[in-house]
Write a protein that binds this ligand. Structure first.
Ligand SMILES: Nc1nc2c(ncn2[C@@H]2O[C@H](COP(=O)(O)OP(=O)(O)OP(=O)(O)O)[C@@H](O)[C@H]2O)c(=O)[nH]1
Ligand SMILES: [Mg+2]
Ligand SMILES: [Zn+2]
Length: 299
């Protein structure tokens, strides 16, 4: 006979080494001791029974491969991933595209927020970000400093549900959180300080409830956003502009590289698919193939 689950449901809002902070349905928060490598992540739903925690199945799970090659679960039960970018510091090439594909592969809606719109040079990066909008992606331009665009962002977050902020260190994720959740008061730091020491200001992920609805997770900055378990043959499905092409490629398993009679490449040639999206696809395809080859060699 199956044992009836015991305990009170709660949401994990922070993992602090050997303890986690959970929020009970009434909004009360408490700490529970756990093993250092508990495997629990922010956003997890748990049943709390005294000092015992039982993990409930995850609805969604956002994973990334770190610069060192390890697989890291960013957060659980997330509805949307918000990639935060800024003109300074710039994201490493491909980080935004990878994070967007990772979100789509996990069944999570991606959006892009360009922060620091008060910095004049921001104009220069907006077209490249907006170009991704052709791929059905919402791109918002905001400033945590002046408050520009934040009403629109709040409205979008409320609609999306539970949203995780990801991006390089120093783009202003915690600054945005502090504007959106007045009581949060998360530490932020000057770029020069963060860069000089080579450290990230935010070191743990935390979940916050937004007054206007929705929830937000602030995370430590990332240098890389490596894809996990996105096979080369699935990749095209995460580029919505490609799926709008109604004609079929000659080969059913066409990867749209140099196969003859490829409908996707034809659509790129006649401008129906923006060239930049195709270039982004080819970059990620090469990576996915490398990962697959490495996995085959290991086994
Ligand atoms: N000019 C300008 N500066 C901003 C804006 N938002 C944040 N900053 C500054 O950018 C720096 C980094 O901000 P943080 O919020 O700490 O960045 P973060 O993305 O949380 O960084 P990590 O926690 O290291 O990942 C701080 O000096 C902020 O004051 C903005 O909209 N405009
Ligand atoms: Mg931060
Ligand atoms: Zn093709």
């Amino acid at each position: 006979m199956q044992r009836a689950p015991k305990g009170q449901p709660a949401v994990l809002v922070e993992h602090l080494g050997v303890a986690v902070e959970v929020e009970l349905p009434g909004g009360e928060r408490r700490r529970v001791r756990v093993a250092r490598r508990s495997g629990l992540v922010v956003g997890d739903t748990v049943l709390v029974d005294g000092e015992r925690l039982e993990l409930s199945p995850r609805r969604t799970e956002l994973r990334r491969r770190t610069a060192g090659g390890a697989v890291h679960v960013v957060a659980a039960n997330i509805d949307a991933l918000c990639v935060v970018a800024a003109v300074d510091p710039p994201a490493k090439a491909g980080l935004v595209d990878r994070a967007v594909v990772a979100a789509r592969a996990a069944g999570i809606e991606p959006i892009v927020v360009v922060n620091k719109s008060d910095v004049p040079d921001t104009e220069g990066v907006i077209p490249a970000m907006r170009a991704r909008g052709d791929d059905g992606l919402a791109v918002l331009v905001v400033s945590a400093k002046t408050g520009a665009g934040l009403m629109e962002l709040s409205a979008l977050l409320a609609r999306l549900g539970r949203v995780v902020l990801v991006g390089p260190s120093g783009v202003g994720k915690s600054s945005l959180l502090n504007r959106l959740v007045p009581g949060a008061a998360r530490a932020t730091s000057e770029l020069s300080v963060a860069r000089g020491a080579g450290v990230h200001t935010t070191t743990t992920s935390t979940l916050w409830r937004l007054e206007g609805g929705g929830e937000i997770v602030d995370t430590p900055g990332v240098r890389e956003y490596g894809l996990v378990d996105v096979p080369a043959e699935d990749l095209a499905a995460y580029f919505p502009a490609f799926t709008l092409v109604t004609e079929a490629c000659r080969f059913r398993d066409c990867r749209h590289e140099d196969e003859p009679a490829c409908a996707v490449r034809r659509a790129v040639a006649d401008g129906r698919i923006p060239e930049r999206r195709y270039v982004a696809y080819r970059t990620l395809l090469d990576e996915a193939k490398l990962v697959q080859r490495a996995a085959t060699n290991r086994s």
